[in-house]
Ligand binder design. Sequence first.
Ligand SMILES: Cc1cc2nc3c(=O)[nH]c(=O)nc-3n(C[C@H](O)[C@H](O)[C@H](O)COP(=O)(O)OP(=O)(O)OC[C@H]3O[C@@H](n4cnc5c(N)ncnc54)[C@H](O)[C@@H]3O)c2cc1C
Length: 465
Amino acid sequence: MQKQIIEKLEAIVGEKWVDTDSERVLSYSLESTNDNYSMVAPEPVSGSVVVKAADSEEIAAILKFANQEKINVIARGAGTALAANTIPDQESIILSLERLDKIIEIDEENMLLKAEAAVTLGDIIEELKSNDHLYFPLHPGDEGAQAGGMVAMNAGGVRAVKHGIMRNQILGMKVVLPTGEIVHYGGSKGKLLKNNAGYDLMQLLIGSEGTLGVITEVSLKLYPEPKANGTLIVAFNDRRDAFAAVPAILKRGIIPMALEYVEKDEINMAADDIGKKWPAENGEYFLIIMLSEAKEDDLFEIGAQLDEITAEFNAVDMLIAQSISERKNILDIRSHILPAITDKIVDSPDVTVPRGSLLEYLDKLNEIEAKYNTKCPVIAHAGDGNLHVLILKENGNMPSYFTEIKEDIYQSAVDIGGTITGEHGIGKLRQKYLSMMYSKRELEIMKQIKNAFDLNNILNAGRSI
Ligand SMILES: Cc1cc2nc3c(=O)[nH]c(=O)nc-3n(C[C@H](O)[C@H](O)[C@H](O)COP(=O)(O)OP(=O)(O)OC[C@H]3O[C@@H](n4cnc5c(N)ncnc54)[C@H](O)[C@@H]3O)c2cc1C
């Protein structure tokens, strides 16, 4: 990066907050894609600079300057993205949000938590521990993920069945547009449940993968803390049975907080990796059902109903965890699957299908496994129809059929009304598959939207659409 550019950035944020040290810049140029999918993650281009702005005003000045000089800017949260979303492919300003780390308020009347962009999921959970009646339900895997990053990725995760994904939690936000204007969405206070005035640009920002604006503040919905919580593990010997049980459970009016599907090898690897024990001894395939109810009695009643329903699908065992430590144990093991299986996999497309079509997708997956003479284990946010299909390494190497199998996994989902990604987004890894989902005209409209926000294409250029 040229000296005069560095000097200008130093003039905006102060010398201390501009970093050109190559090792540190490299650490900001890598993300979880490099850790977990090293065979498909691109190598970062060197020569970028890390800039740590203090507030929206400094970010506005950086973006105005970047526009003037036509320099690419990558908004950087915690770097837990999984689709090559923040890895520079050109010399860039890596705009780290880390100094915007304050929880601004918990507004009890409006049941919301307003946070600066870099407040992490872990911070939110910790802050709400001292609040005895409000909580934030979502848990998209990595507790280091930042509020801004979770919004920019429209994260989903384990606990989205009852209250929805990130998009459903956002009441307002403060954003710096690529041209440097600071705007507020969700009214000037960012606290609106309803807003039908004009096009909803806030919804466009959600899931925009850092391409339309830099999010600096977010208001997140809070919910009444459920008084009775329990986690059930239901074991099956056939994965068809486990999948078939999912719509049956939901259809009977049971709406759990989470309805996850995992397989024995992966869940045991995750447990071993963090020195814990997966509590279920029987079965090969498991549903993890997290319940959060108003009363203990409801919990027991639903537990009994689940026992009945899953028995119809040949469940071989059911365990109930009620204490906080038992439930945390299960969530910790579940959340650790991805890091634990990293050495085993090349990639794991997170296709999503209508949840009533889970079995249909499984049949297609069986055909894919037969076609390539391989196994495709699945981890799924099953209650959302969101499957992470594992493409395994072959003797530690990229399988020769990698490109073809990946395409089949995506196409099979799209063919039954699904999508190529339910939560990890497009980034750099999935751009070429977007045409499976959208017509030329639809993609053209997306490009026009990008142009309307960012005519000089300075924000995370070449990502997402
Ligand atoms: C072990 C593990 C498990 C995971 N499980 C899940 C899961 O279950 N569900 C799920 O949805 N995701 C999951 N993820 C993915 C990841 O946690 C999410 O994508 C997360 O929301 C990204 O947040 P971040 O702060 O790390 O953002 P980053 O990785 O830093 O950035 C992600 C994207 O958002 C943009 N961005 C970041 N901050 C801002 C901002 N303030 N303004 C504008 N753009 C911004 C970046 O430019 C980039 O395009 C998992 C990741 C890991 C490592």
